[in-house]
Design a protein around this ligand. Structure first.
Ligand SMILES: NC(=O)NC(NC(N)=O)C(=O)[O-]
Ligand SMILES: [Zn+2]
Ligand SMILES: [Zn+2]
Length: 444
């Protein structure tokens, strides 16, 4: 049938089942046809010969800080950065914006801002804190993608951590609503006591910070929240697991029938404590970076399909919250949202032979399925939203500060060389990053 808005010709379309060369016809924001040699006309044709086409990535974990702390990132720069990295949908975390998304009014405020400023699709996480259990239902009705709670200090005063009773009661409610709880799972007791101990003993360097948040502290919190999830029959998602031990704990729970998924982040798959020592506070995050052995075993679990989702946990701040501060005082959070796909391609596909099919499972297919967006997103299929990332696997580049679309142009990945370049990102049929010319030029 003729009359498309766009036809993308001869790209290598990546799905979880394999890669095949085909044309894609886009009409009314939607993928209307996938076939060899589509006959028909289009307002615009894109030649993707030799290029790979991935479903637009879904980043389940970003902190864009708006409203209230837009100077830390903001929905405009944040969404532009994602588009530059091949991401077409993001889920914004409820904290680090002011007010945090813990009330229906705060949800409305953020939604208004995001509708005006985001250049790609988005959903909002609702926050679960000790004070708002009676707001969860209303937040759910407003359409939050799920709820997020902290088991340890969040680093932000207006987003308290949840102790056990709040967690369990909240989970019972979330289970009744059929929603899902995402948890930052580190033990508050362990992290608090160990960091007090370090500070009292003048142990203030990068390794001391990492030792104050050991893997054991994640394991303890994860074990506890898994027990509550089981008892409350609440769907659970563990965010930013830093190590293979944590992922394995979750794999075991899945075998026992607990409805749980696990996310890790590109930084746990590409950076180590030694990098942190070199880079300083811009590589500070919680849970902290681990060592090379952990990086390798996490990759193995990605290969085995035990890591469900890879999200960026982009949590930026102005540089002065990082630089010139002691490591314990510096803002914890890594700026990385633009580089997720680059890290997965360089560290996964190129260095460790992780197939593209596996990569898109963790970054596109599984996020869509787990959070109920798979009718419209997560794969390149007829009838779904035309959300696509066109990449040239063979082009490499060294990331420069000036490439970054973030409000604050720093990232632990600056200076790294990545094989695999995003040339065009298409969201709902519209180009949101790159130029058509660039895709064609890549061929010559
Ligand atoms: N307040 C934060 O944004 N914290 C975030 N910071 C990290 N992960 O270092 C997080 O997701 O916990
Ligand atoms: Zn967290
Ligand atoms: Zn986070």
């Amino acid at each position: 049938m003729s009359g498309y808005d766009k036809i993308i010709r001869n790209g290598l379309i990546v799905s979880e089942d394999g890669i095949r060369k085909s044309d894609i016809g886009i009409r009314d924001r939607t993928i209307a046809e996938i076939a060899d040699g589509i006959v028909g006309t289009a307002a615009e044709e894109i030649n993707a010969e030799g290029l790979h086409i991935l479903p637009g990535l879904i980043d389940t974990h970003v902190h864009f800080n708006e409203p209230g702390r837009g100077e830390w990132e903001g929905l405009e720069t944040g969404s532009q950065s994602l588009a530059a990295g091949g991401v077409t949908t993001f889920f914004d975390m409820p904290l680090n914006s002011t007010p945090p998304t813990t009330t229906p009014a705060a949800f409305d405020l953020k939604k208004n801002a995001a509708d005006r400023k985001s250049i790609i699709d988005y959903r909002l996480w609702g926050g679960m804190v000790p004070e708002n259990l009676d707001e969860l239902e209303e937040l759910h009705k407003r359409g939050v993608i799920g709820f997020k709670a902290f088991m340890s200090n969040s680093g932000i005063e207006d987003f308290g951590y949840s102790e056990d009773v709040t967690l369990f009661q909240g989970m019972q409610q979330i289970a009744r609503m059929g929603s899902i709880l995402a948890v930052h799972a580190e033990s508050n007791l362990i992290t608090q006591q160990l960091s007090d101990h370090m500070k009292q003993n003048g142990r203030l360097n990068v390794r001391d910070y990492c030792d104050s948040r050991p893997v054991l502290s994640e394991m303890e919190a994860v074990s506890r929240i898994l027990a509550y999830a089981d008892a409350a029959k609440c769907r659970l998602h563990i965010v930013h697991a830093s190590s293979c031990e944590v992922v394995s704990l979750i794999s075991d729970a899945k075998k026992r029938g607990i409805d749980v998924t696990v996310e890790t982040c590109p930084h746990y798959l590409s950076l180590t404590v030694s990098d942190f020592e070199e880079l300083g506070p811009i590589a500070k995050c919680a849970p902290p970076l681990r060592d090379q052995e952990h990086v390798e075993s996490l990759w193995n679990l990605v290969k085995l399909g035990e890591v469900d989702i890879i999200g960026s946990d982009h949590s930026p701040s102005p540089l002065h919250f990082k630089k010139g501060k002691g490591i314990f005082e510096a803002w914890g959070g890594i700026s990385g949202a633009q580089s997720t796909l680059n890290v997965l391609l360089e560290e996964g596909y190129w260095k460790r032979g992780v197939p593209l099919e596996k990569i898109i499972k963790t970054a596109c297919v599984n996020p869509a399925k787990r959070f109920g967006l798979d009718k419209t997103k997560g794969s390149i299929s007829i009838g779904k939203d035309a959300d696509l990332a066109i990449i040239d696997l063979k082009q490499s580049f060294t990331l420069k500060e000036s490439d970054l679309r973030y409000r604050h142009k720093y990232s632990p990945y600056v200076g790294r060389t990545f094989r695999g370049k995003v040339l065009l990102t298409i969201s709902n049929g519209n180009i949101v990053f790159g130029e058509k010319k660039a895709a064609n030029e890549a061929l010559s």
